[in-house]
Write a protein that binds this ligand. Structure first.
Ligand code: PEP
Ligand code: MG
Length: 295
């Protein structure tokens, strides 16, 4: 019913404030749901799922095919591929990560990629090659400092140089962004914004690390409150710093689909909300029902 009512319509408030509504996916198998729910783009492809549930690392070719399929399916609409966010609750045996007492605070995401540049480069090559077939963007997870962004971009540049040498095509204008999902990143978002083309705020981890509550433990749910003023303040700060530095900013954590916050996010100035495919149409409906000029 929502599709009948909303297909092809923009996510725009009654008073003309437009926001992009994108989809979060974790495999090529989710692409059908992206199309079915009329997503404007893919705001988060959780690529680590390609590495999970198997004993060997996926090859460059294997990954290339998956990213290419996503790019072609979206036919010129943006597909943001987040580089592997392995570690913590998402384990892949092929990485051989050591057992940690406190894995949420240990080797995960960009930290794994920067310390295993061989695996990182293979993924970047696959993503870059696929970028010749659509509009792909790259996003680095769990950033906490500027040097991590420098280092990740340096490795990306090295991979580009290799591709150039071998005359392998890729999109030379591909956007590079980061997830803002740690309090550190939000607090230095003014500095980080100077290094990248966009931000995507990961409210799941941002809530976990701000409130010091494991996002996966049900027992602690009364303490896991993503509406906490500290979390909302960090989100607002990140959006302001992005815009002050002329880059766009989205939200790709669960909170992006929380209809009780849609108005507040739009008032903060968010440019994009990336949500699970089945949340797209209810969110579009919500946006279209709002009028920001009315109090
Ligand atoms: C987040 O942390 O909000 C996020 C979108 O990333 P993930 O849920 O995959 O950690
Ligand atoms: Mg996260």
């Amino acid at each position: 019913e929502l599709l009948e009512e909303l297909r092809g319509l923009p996510a725009e408030t009654e008073d003309g404030r437009r926001v992009e509504i994108s989809a979060n996916i974790s495999s090529a198998g989710d692409l059908a749901a992206v199309i079915k729910n009329d997503a404007e783009s893919i705001g988060l492809f959780r690529s680590e799922f390609i590495y999970m549930g198997r004993d060997t690392l996926p090859t460059e070719e294997e990954q290339f095919k998956i990213y290419k399929l996503a790019a072609e399916t979206m036919a010129g609409k943006r597909v943001i591929i987040r580089t592997v966010d392995i570690g913590n609750d998402k384990q892949a045996s092929a990485f051989g990560l050591p057992k940690e007492v406190n894995p949420a605070l240990g080797m995960r995401a960009i930290r794994v990629s920067l310390t295993r540049p061989d695996i990182f480069k293979t993924q970047l090559r696959a993503i870059l090659r696929a970028s010749a077939f659509g509009r792909i963007a790259i996003m680095f997870p769990l950033i906490t400092s500027v040097w991590e962004v420098w280092k990740a971009k340096e490795i990306l540049e090295n991979v580009k140089t290799e591709l150039d040498k071998n005359q392998i095509p890729y999109d030379h204008h591909l956007e590079v962004g980061i997830m803002v999902e740690t309090p550190a990143a939000a607090l230095i978002s003014d500095k980080l914004a100077k290094e990248v083309d966009f931000f995507s705020i990961g409210t799941n981890d941002l809530s976990q690390y701000t409130l010091v509550v494991d996002r996966n433990i049900q027992d602690s749910s009364q303490f896991f409150n993503p509406h906490h003023p500290a979390v909302l303040k960090l989100i607002r700060m990140t959006i302001e710093n992005a815009h002050a530095n002329h880059i766009w900013v989205g939200i790709c954590g669960e909170l992006g689909a929380d209809l009780t916050l849609t108005r507040e996010f739009l008032e903060m100035g968010v440019d994009e909300l990336s949500v699970a495919p089945y949340d797209i149409l209810p969110l579009r409906k919500k946006v279209r029902s709002l009028n920001l000029s009315e109090k």
